[in-house]
Ligand binder design. Structure first.
Ligand code: ATP
Ligand code: MG
Length: 416
């Protein structure tokens, strides 16, 4: 029987239209990788009575219970107290935890407000899970063979704690079923076409479970293998998955950009760095989105020289040297302007490659010849300058993301 987990996301803000519980998605993914399944998820407001009921119910039916959020210093953060009450465990002040919180404040030149003392309250028998990215530590409790985790709400605090502390603890205490998996990340192709190409292969592997996930221009293929019984060796799973991945890569070719969790901009960055090339970007309809994506990668300054956001015709003329005549004859959304933008970005920043995007993101600005979603990309390097026409679907936000990702993917494929 797989381990059954339940996630309780705590916070009244998660019951408003403005905030969404995403922590449970992250936790679910990590649990699935060790063969555990999420049997139920709940979102509860900061009301002790509701929280108490949810915890009691979760403990009846699940092996592992997660509570996220509600560990902060304010009076609406009640998880610690409610869990202690449900499990009938007294809270004590943990001097070590308190000292850590105090020092965290001192490092930034502040003194700890007295209400932070609450964050150092630990139910008896609980293990403290250090939080390297915030003040509130997490907690782990064992109760009649079940595990309860209390984790801070902010995703950047919770995520590393789950990977580094929670998952290993579950593995040690409850044991896990072997689940092996491989991942392929694909860009620049529609989900239906990727599946059309890959499914004849993966369908012939009865022991492998395949999932395909798509999100605005990026597709994830996951292949999972679990032993049929305790005697089946893991090596067999590895062999099967390696063979499947090699065959799928064979039909997808350079559509595959990574075999692990990696962003497209990161893959592009690695290629540029390996080849000692530098990049400059010129953007119109994407308004800086390509630059934003590229600069999300730490160390991108090694290969990214800069970007021009040229929204008006005049900016395209002044900053990139686009010809006024071409703008008036062909318009800003045209192959020749995309090419001149790319060439201009490259020349003015002395980069080895210039990348450009100009298009109509909508909802206004369309004509019969130039509909919403029409985008031209340009690339310029030592061997010449080229443009490419895209006709993208979606609303303004989606068109902008697709245009940026397609530009990055086009650059990537020219580098491989
Ligand atoms: P803090 O010490 O920052 O108050 P906390 O453990 O008390 O941390 P909350 O106050 O519940 O956590 O939430 C802090 C922030 O974390 C929220 O504003 C929200 O942005 C984010 N957050 C909380 N729960 C979730 C969740 N389930 N999914 C995504 N984000 C969340
Ligand atoms: Mg809080």
């Amino acid at each position: 029987m797989p381990i059954r987990a339940e996630i309780i996301a705590v916070g009244s803000e998660l019951l408003t239209p403005w905030r969404l519980d995403t922590n449970s998605l992250f936790i679910t993914r990590q649990l699935n990788l060790i063969g555990a399944l999420v049997a139920r998820k709940t979102v509860v407001g900061d009301r002790a009575e509701d929280l108490r009921a949810s915890i009691a119910r979760a403990l009846e039916t699940s092996d592992v219970v997660f509570l996220t959020g509600g560990l902060g210093p304010t009076t609406d953060d009640i998880n610690r107290e409610v869990v202690a009450a449900v499990l009938e465990r007294p809270l004590r002040l943990d001097e070590q935890v308190l000292e850590k919180i105090r020092r965290r404040y001192q490092r930034t030149g502040m003194t700890m407000p007295p209400n932070n003392q609450r964050q150092a309250l630990v139910p008896s028998g609980a293990q403290v899970l250090p939080n390297p990215n915030g003040t509130a530590p997490g907690l782990m409790l064992e109760e009649s063979g079940k595990l309860i985790f209390l984790l801070p709400g902010p995703p950047r605090e919770l995520e590393p704690m789950v990977v580094d502390q929670v998952i290993p603890a579950i593995r040690t205490r409850l044991g896990t079923e072997t689940t092996l998996y491989r991942q392929l990340k694909i860009a620049g192709e529609a989900e239906s076409r990727v599946d059309f190409l890959a499914s004849p292969i993966y369908r012939s592997y009865a022991d492998v479970e395949t999932t395909i996930l798509a999100s605005t221009g990026i597709i994830d293929l996951f292949f999972y293998w679990r032993p049929l019984d305790a005697d089946q060796p893991e090596a067999e799973g590895h062999r099967l998955l390696d063979e499947l991945v090699a065959r799928v890569r064979g039909v997808l070719g350079d559509l595959v950009y990574a075999e692990a969790e990696q962003t497209l901009e990161c893959a592009v960055g690695e290629l540029l760095r390996q080849q000692g090339k530098t990049l400059a970007v010129a953007e119109s309809c994407t308004g800086g989105l390509i630059m934003q994506m590229l600069t999300e990668v730490p160390g991108s300054s090694d290969y990214l020289l800069g970007g021009f956001v040229t929204y008006s015709n005049q900016a395209k003329i002044d900053w990139l040297g686009v010809k006024e005549d071409d703008l008036s004859v062909h318009g800003a959304v045209s192959p020749c302007v995309a090419e001149q933008m790319a060439a201009g970005a490259r020349a003015r920043s002395k980069a080895s490659i210039g990348l450009a995007a100009t298009g109509i993101a909508g909802p206004g600005g369309a004509t019969t010849e130039k509909p919403v979603g029409l985008v031209y990309l340009g690339i310029s390097d030592g061997s010449g300058t080229e443009s490419r026409k895209l006709q993208l679907n979606g609303d303004r936000a989606v068109i902008r993301i697709r245009a940026a990702r397609t530009a990055l993917d086009w650059l990537r494929r020219r580098l491989v």
